[in-house]
Ligand binder design. Structure first.
Ligand code: 13P
Ligand code: SF4
Length: 301
């Protein structure tokens, strides 16, 4: 089958079965072309809670499919490729979180959405990169334990000097790969380009950026020439969307293999009933993580 034939079959089957396809923006162009919605983690969560189809195929990583299931318990939710996990989401387990909480009594625990559902059951609220500042500012508590990404945490803390923050030493293994030296090299190669980076990047990179924001924030930024400091699919999508502008990757290393593992055939196999993983979560996880995720949607709106 050709890519076009697979896409046609996917479009036919999803209509027949009343299934919608949600894709994180780090997915490839061929997947975005069959998706009903493409966006960042917050956008995907909102979409998952308001879509009225019978099933949802999540093209992204495991925590995104779990979030979708928690927000839409009545729907059949697939993770298109069961091996797609987010390494950052697996950095902290319940036992280490409990220890961290005991070391920080009186702190509100704010979890980046890139965490497991199990971990979310013992956190106060979760946030995404596009909603973190807003949600943290709305919390009554002035002391915040931010897990697991200290880079995003520090970005939020700088915007909210009135609050006291504590961090866990986690982080995205992709975004922390780029350094100030990469920025220097990219700016030398493209002196007129603006540098747009994700807050998961290191502080030394964020400090040199013209704009820091979520996947959607970066995609909405308007100018002529850009160096993109986040996952490299965004470079490709922006080039398709704005052919008259120029986009350059900050580093060829900024490719998330976990996001890239999902293929068109994974979606096709979900719809055929021969692949994907239908997400099932225990009742206590649905309830506990649900409290945390629903609060995020409520406060981030
Ligand atoms: P966004 O919410 O900005 O899409 O970030 C998700 C992610 O995994 C970034 O690496
Ligand atoms: Fe996880 Fe980083 Fe990949 Fe995002 S880019 S899914 S945070 S490993």
């Amino acid at each position: 089958m050709t890519v076009q034939e697979i896409q046609q079959e996917i479009l036919r089957m999803k209509k027949e079965q009343d299934v919608c396809i949600l894709a994180h923006a780090y997915q490839g162009q061929e997947i975005l072309e069959v998706a009903d919605y493409m966006g960042d983690s917050y956008g995907l969560s909102v979409q998952a809670s308001k879509s009225n189809c019978k099933g949802v195929i999540m093209c992204g990583v495991r925590f995104m499919a779990e979030t979708c299931k928690v927000l839409s318990p009545e729907k059949k939710v697939w993770l298109a490729n069961p091996t797609a996990g987010c390494p950052m989401a697996e950095q902290l387990d319940l036992e280490s979180l409990r220890k961290l909480k005991a070391e920080h009594p009186g702190y509100a625990v704010v979890a980046y959405i890139n965490t497991t559902s199990e971990l979310k059951t013992e956190c106060d609220v979760c946030v995404t990169s596009s909603s973190a500042v807003q949600i943290c500012s709305k919390l009554d508590n002035d002391k915040i334990l931010f897990i697991p990404d200290p880079n995003l945490g520090r970005f939020v803390a700088e915007k909210l000097p009135e609050k006291e923050f504590a961090f866990y030493k986690g982080g995205c293994p992709r975004h922390i790969i780029v350094s100030a030296q990469d920025v220097e090299k990219a700016k030398k190669a493209h002196p007129d380009a603006l540098l747009l980076v994700h807050p998961e990047c290191r502080q030394e990179v964020v400090e040199l950026a013209d704009y820091v924001g979520s996947t959607t924030g970066i995609m909405e930024y308007a100018n002529k020439e850009f160096i993109i400091g986040t996952e490299n699919s965004i470079v490709e999508h922006l080039q398709f969307a704005c052919p008259d502008k120029q986009f350059y990757p900050l580093s060829v290393m900024l490719t998330c293999m976990n996001m890239k593992i999902t293929t068109l055939m994974d979606i096709y196999n979900c719809l055929k009933g021969t692949g994907g993983e239908v997400i099932e979560l225990q009742e206590n996880v649905m309830e506990g993580a649900g409290r945390c995720i629903h609060r995020m949607v409520e406060l981030g709106g």
